[in-house]
Design a protein around this ligand. Structure first.
Ligand SMILES: O=C(O)CCC(=O)C(=O)O
Length: 281
């Protein structure tokens, strides 16, 4: 990182912490203690057990019809079809789009998926938050085909292409749904380190909320397993993103993905305009 960007980053963080002290306190807590999650019991679901053990689990795929609805919604909002969108993204040399957020309304297909039974049950069980107190945000973003592993917007959307862990709230969980096939290397697969959501046991060398290389993570958490997620359109997985993860450059075919976040209301002083109640009142 060059000196000017480093200074800008430090200044932005200090200003951000002063403006929003509760967010800064939350990050400090996750930095020191990690995130508290609910340990599964004998009668807990297999999803809860898997998520707790390895930091992620697959849920049953989303149907073909829902995938089509989600894509139609996304490209419709941009007023283009899929190939026109990809063409203009390529011309703009876009590496990863900022995404389109759900309004949370009943007519929004992103909200419909976010409110589906399997995922809200799991989020509620894992976080120990009753469904009635659970909030979500949802957004679709696109990784268009790019020629290289270049990062052009390191403090924006492209930052997700380098290994990092999230600290978005005292209690939160993310879920991802591929809206096209991500079946081979180079299709923008999501990657994670299984067993790296270590909470209190996170090695100090990896605690700062910054970007890390694969080698640094392998060195400091040798027991964790680097796992790329491939799957057909509709593949649905839930992840504790306080463990290390990243997206990857789509060098062969583009990736379209719906990302969901679940947590309690405090998520939220920061992203409040994108956050909605799971149980709409
Ligand atoms: O695009 C991806 O696969 C990574 C997303 C990510 O890093 C995040 O949501 O925190």
């Amino acid at each position: 990182m060059d000196t000017k960007r480093l200074i800008t980053n430090v200044v932005n963080r200090i200003v951000g912490s002063v403006k929003n002290p509760s967010y800064a306190l939350m990050r400090l807590k996750i930095f020191l203690l990690g995130m508290k999650v609910k340990k599964p019991e004998g009668n807990s679901t297999v999803y809860h057990k898997r998520l707790f053990m390895s930091g992620f689990c697959f849920l049953p795929d989303v149907s073909f019809i829902e995938v089509c609805e989600l894509k139609t919604f996304f490209f419709g909002a941009h007023g283009v079809n899929e190939s026109e969108y990809m063409l203009s993204a390529k011309k703009a040399r876009l590496i990863r789009s900022e995404g389109l957020y759900s309004s949370g309304g009943e007519d929004c297909p992103m909200a419909k998926v976010a409110r589906s039974k399997a995922v809200i049950e799991l989020a509620s069980d894992f976080l120990g938050i009753p469904q009635s107190n659970l909030y979500f945000s949802a957004n679709i973003d696109v990784s268009p085909v790019v020629n290289s592993n270049e990062i052009r917007n390191p403090d924006g959307a492209d930052a997700a292409f380098r290994f990092h862990r999230d600290a978005d709230s005292y209690n939160f969980i993310k879920a991802f749904i591929y809206l096209n096939d991500v079946s081979s290397d180079g299709a923008g697969q999501h990657e994670l380190f299984e067993g790296s959501a270590l909470g209190l046991k996170m090695p100090w060398a990896l605690r700062l909320f910054k970007r890390y290389t694969l080698e640094q993570i392998e060195k400091h958490i040798p027991t964790s397993i680097h796992t790329p997620i491939f799957g057909k359109a509709g593949t649905f997985f839930v992840e504790n993103t306080t463990g290390f993860h990243r997206g990857s450059h789509a060098v062969k075919s583009p990736r379209i993905m719906l990302s969901l976040s679940f947590g309690s209301k405090d998520y939220f002083n920061r992203y409040s305009h994108h956050v909605h109640k799971v149980i709409a009142s």
